[in-house]
Write a protein that binds this ligand. Structure first.
Ligand SMILES: [Zn+2]
Length: 314
C-alpha cells in the first residue's frame, strides 16, 4: 500500500510539474505595431494628430507596453507641422519608427520600380526621426507592406524582397489582424455626433472581433507552423486608439499573451520563412502560408457594413 501511495504521489507530482510548466512556459508573446502614422482614418472635430498621439502614448506608458513600432507614411507630413510633431512625440516617448512607404502605395496597382522608389522617398523623414545627438540609429530599417500586399506575381514579390534585403531592411510581418482601422473612422464620426450608444457598440464589437481573431490567429498559426509562435499584432494609430487600448491590452493579458518588442517576437524562427506565393489579396504571414499550401479556414465575420455606415447622416 505504501509503495502504491508513493507511486501515486509521484505521478501526481509529475502531473503537477507538467501543468505548472505548461502554465508558465506557455505564455505566447505578442508585439503591438501601429501603422499609418501620423494618423490613420478621420480626425475628429476639435482635436489634432499630436493630441491623439499624446493620449495614445500616455496609455501605452500607463499599461507598461514595451517599445512598439510606428510605421510612417511621410507624405502625410507635407504641409502638416502637427503631423510632424506627432511623430516627434512618438520617438521621444521611446517608440521606434519604421517604413510604410511614402504614399502608402499599393504594390498590386504599381510596378516594383515605382514601389521601391516610394520606399526610398520615405527614408529621409525616418532617418531624421531616428537621429539622437547627431547619431542615426538603424532602427528604422523595418518595412511594413501597405495593405499587407507583397506582390500579385512572383516576379514583383521577389524583386521587392531582393530590394529590401539589399537595402538592409527587415520585413515587419503580422500574424494577428482584424482590420482594427475600420473602427477608427467610425469612432471619429460617432464622437463628432456625441452618440454614446454607438460608441458603446463600437467598443463591444471591437473587443468581440479582437477576441475572435486572436483565437483564429492562434489556430491558423498552429495549422501552418505546427506549434505556438510569437505573434505580431497589426494596429493602426487613430481616433479610437487611446480609448480602446486599455481594454485590448487587458484582453491580450487575459488570453495569456506577454507583450514584447517586434525584434523579440520576430526572433521566432518562423519569421525567417518565406511563403514565396503570388497572392491576389495579400495577408498576414500565416495567411500567405495558408494560401501557398491551399489550407482552408473559416474566419469570423466582421461587422464591416455597420462600421462603414454608423453615425453617418441619414
Ligand atoms: Zn497602412
Amino acid at each position: 500500500m505504501a509503495g502504491q501511495s508513493r507511486a501515486r504521489h509521484l505521478v501526481q507530482g509529475v502531473l503537477a510539474a507538467c501543468l505548472f510548466a505548461a502554465g508558465t512556459a506557455a505564455a505566447e508573446k505578442v508585439a503591438l505595431t501601429f501603422d499609418d502614422l501620423p494618423l490613420n482614418g478621420a480626425l475628429p472635430a476639435g482635436t489634432t494628430r499630436s493630441a491623439i498621439t499624446r493620449e495614445t502614448l500616455a496609455v501605452l506608458k500607463r499599461l507598461d507596453v514595451p517599445p512598439s513600432y510606428g510605421f510612417v507614411n511621410a507624405r502625410k507630413l507635407e504641409g502638416s507641422p502637427d503631423g510632424a510633431l506627432a511623430l516627434r512625440l512618438w520617438v521621444d516617448a521611446g517608440h521606434p519608427v519604421g517604413n510604410h512607404a511614402y504614399s502608402h502605395m499599393d504594390l498590386h496597382k504599381n510596378s516594383a520600380e515605382d514601389y521601391t522608389r516610394d520606399i526610398v522617398q520615405n527614408e529621409p523623414a525616418l532617418e531624421l526621426l531616428s537621429t539622437r545627438d547627431g547619431t542615426v540609429s538603424d532602427s528604422w530599417r523595418w518595412f511594413r507592406y501597405p495593405f499587407l500586399r507583397e506582390g500579385e506575381t512572383l516576379d514583383k514579390r521577389r524583386a521587392v524582397r531582393a530590394f529590401l534585403a539589399q537595402r538592409g531592411y527587415r520585413i515587419a510581418q503580422t500574424t494577428l489582424d482584424y482590420e482594427d482601422y475600420l473602427w477608427n473612422t467610425a469612432y471619429a464620426r460617432c464622437l463628432d455626433r456625441g452618440d454614446k450608444e454607438a460608441m458603446a457598440w463600437l467598443r463591444e464589437s471591437y473587443l468581440e472581433m479582437a477576441t475572435a481573431y486572436l483565437k483564429s490567429g492562434r489556430e491558423t498559426a498552429r495549422m501552418v507552423f505546427g506549434r505556438e509562435i510569437s505573434h505580431v499584432l497589426l494596429l493602426h494609430l487613430g481616433a479610437f486608439s487611446s480609448t480602446i487600448l486599455p481594454d485590448l491590452v487587458a484582453l491580450l493579458r487575459k488570453e495569456g499573451f506577454q507583450l514584447t518588442t517586434l525584434e523579440d517576437a520576430q526572433s521566432d524562427p518562423v519569421y525567417a520563412l518565406d511563403p514565396d506565393v503570388a497572392s491576389k489579396w495579400g495577408g498576414t504571414l500565416t495567411e500567405l502560408f495558408m494560401e501557398a499550401r491551399s489550407l482552408k479556414y473559416t474566419y469570423p465575420k466582421k461587422p464591416r457594413e455597420k462600421l462603414e455606415g454608423i453615425c453617418k447622416a441619414t
